[in-house]
Design a binder for this molecule. Structure first.
Ligand SMILES: [Fe+2]
Length: 138
C-alpha cells in the first residue's frame, strides 16, 4: 500500500472514531438522564453497567484517536489541564454550596452535601495528580 492511501485510511479511521466517540457521549448522556427517573433497582443496575461500558469505550476510542494524532495533542494530562480541572471541581463545589443554602428540606440538603464531599475528594485527588505530574518532570 502506498503512503497516500495509508494516510487516507488513517484519516477515515480517525473520522469514524470521532463519530463513535460523539455517539458514546450522547448515549451516556441519555442514560444519565433516564437514570434518575427509574425506580426499579435491577434496571438501574443494568443502566449503570451500560454507563460503565460507555466510559470504558470512550477511553479506548480516545486512546486510538490520540495515537493517530501523534504525541503532540495526546497529552491532556498537562499541568495546565489539571489546574483547569481543579478549578472546575472547585466551581462545582461552590455552586453546590449555593444550592445547599437555597434548599429547604433536610433530605435535599444532605444529598447535595454528599456530592460536595465527593467534589472535595476530587479536588484532593487532582491536586495529588498535579504533584505526581510535576515531580515526574512533565
Ligand atoms: Fe467532581
Amino acid at each position: 500500500m502506498d503512503i497516500d492511501s495509508s494516510m487516507n485510511r488513517k484519516q477515515d479511521l480517525y473520522t469514524l472514531l470521532k463519530s463513535q466517540h460523539e455517539a458514546e457521549v450522547k448515549e451516556m448522556n441519555h442514560y444519565m438522564t433516564v437514570l434518575s427517573r427509574m425506580n426499579n433497582g435491577i434496571i438501574k443496575n443494568y443502566v449503570h453497567k451500560l454507563l460503565d461500558d460507555g466510559l470504558r469505550h470512550i477511553e479506548y476510542i480516545s486512546t486510538l484517536m490520540s495515537s493517530i494524532e501523534g504525541a503532540s495533542s495526546s497529552l491532556n494530562l498537562t499541568k495546565q489541564g489539571i489546574v483547569k480541572s481543579i478549578d472546575e471541581e472547585k466551581e462545582s463545589r461552590d455552586l453546590l454550596l449555593k444550592c445547599v443554602s437555597l434548599a429547604d428540606d433536610v433530605e435535599t440538603k444532605s444529598l447535595l452535601k454528599s456530592i460536595i464531599v465527593d467534589e472535595e475528594h476530587h479536588i484532593k485527588i487532582l491536586e495529588h495528580i498535579e504533584e505526581l505530574v510535576s515531580s515526574s518532570g512533565k
